[in-house]
Design a protein around this ligand. Structure first.
Ligand code: GDP
Ligand code: ZN
Length: 357
């Protein structure tokens, strides 16, 4: 069916497979996840696979189980299109969702994505902070972000918007796209080369399905639908979690990927790390950094097995990143304010100094 280079296999991956797995096992890529089984692309077709007991048994968390996009070692049986997944090859990148609960679980929603398209609609208010958060998410995943500003046919001041977004996304390509008018599509082609795996993230309604439909070759039908819609309507996508695009790239579009949500504000963080914050309230020092201060309640919670240390590490990391973004935005806001002030009377200036920190 597919030749392996076409679905993203590399020489390194192949030699890793040959060096680390017994002869007789076959290499495959997970295309779809059912409840207890997986659709896996092998060289000679799509197999329905289950997990070997050992893999399930050894899994500490859900991240140790296969996800869409994973390369896996499969045992097949003569004459059957069924198999058993015996191992997962190391992931080059991964997107995960953290399911909060007593123990936070990392659930991988897409693995081995080369490029992630961060889709933002040009006709909505462009939220630079949101874009920055998506960028962090992309960098953290290990895949390369490309920012897509969609519905370019709906705006007049395209250049200004592009500049605005580029200013917060140094080194990241920013591409204005309209599937309706075919704007920017050529630029996107560079990321859709054969064997490259792509995925999309972005809020609902920004045009992800439209892009997917466009890539999968439904553009005529799509343009008609957009013309007829009032920019709110939903159209149907023929859903498959991993698809081979006509141009040769692989698209991963899982429901989980669509549900990846951002912590939209400081409040959001406090919410998702509420347990850590709660312990932190009990630290001896108000400004405890939970490193090695005496009387640190966060550490005693870790020591007592009440908190997962990894979670505390990501909490700290996220706080650091947010502080960085805040500083950067502050600087920009300050610069803008300064410009503004030049034209304002002394009195007004006095008021606004006290308005914001
Ligand atoms: P999703 O929720 O991110 O998957 O967004 P959709 O693909 O469902 O698109 C949301 C709405 O935006 C639909 O009504 C589309 O017809 C419309 N839309 C998508 N792309 C474009 C575009 O390039 N131009 C215009 N004018 N509308 C678009
Ligand atoms: Zn502490």
């Amino acid at each position: 069916m597919k030749n392996f280079e076409n679905i993203g296999m590399t020489a390194e991956l192949n030699s890793f497979f040959n060096d680390n797995y017994p002869k007789g096992l076959k290499l495959g890529r997970v295309a779809l996840e059912h409840k207890h089984s997986y659709r896996v692309w092998l060289e000679d077709g799509e197999y329905l696979c289950t997990l070997t007991g050992k893999l399930t048994f050894d899994a500490i968390g859900r991240e140790d189980l296969p996800a869409v996009g994973d390369w896996v070692a499969v045992q097949t049986f003569p004459g059957e299109m069924r198999g058993i997944i015996k191992g997962i090859l190391p992931r080059k990148s991964k997107f995960s969702r953290k399911a909060a609960g007593q123990v936070t679980e990392e659930q991988i929603v897409a693995a081995n994505v080369d490029t992630v398209f961060i889709v933002n609609s040009l006709n909505d208010d462009l939220n630079l902070r949101r874009i920055e958060r998506y960028l962090l998410l992309a960098w953290e995943s290990g895949s390369n972000p490309v920012i897509i500003l969609s519905k370019a046919d709906l705006v007049a001041d395209l250049k200004a918007k592009l500049d605005e977004v580029s200013s917060v996304a140094l080194g990241v390509p920013v591409i204005a796209v309209s599937v309706l008018e075919g704007i920017g599509i050529e630029e996107l082609q560079a990321y859709l080369a054969p064997g490259k795996t792509i995925a999309l993230i972005g809020s609902s309604g920004v045009g992800k399905s439209s892009l997917v439909n466009y890539f999968t070759g439904f553009e005529k039908q799509l343009v008609q639908e957009i013309r007829e819609s009032d920019d709110k309507g939903k159209h149907t996508t023929t859903h498959r979690e991993m698809v081979l695009l006509p141009g040769g790239a692989i698209l991963i579009d899982t429901p989980g990927m669509r549900e990846i949500q951002l912590w939209s504000s400081e409040e959001g963080i406090i919410e998702s790390f509420a347990d850590i914050e709660q312990y932190a309230d009990g630290c001896k020092f108000r400004d405890c950094s939970h490193k090695n201060e005496p009387g640190c309640a966060v550490w005693s919670a870790i020591d007592n097995g009440l908190l997962d240390e990894n979670r505390v590490v990501s909490y700290k990391k996220l706080q650091k990143e947010l502080a960085y973004i805040d500083r950067k935005l502050d600087k920009k806001a300050q610069a803008e304010e300064k410009k503004h002030w030049k034209n304002i009377s002394k009195e007004v200036r006095h008021n606004s100094t006290h308005k914001r920190k």
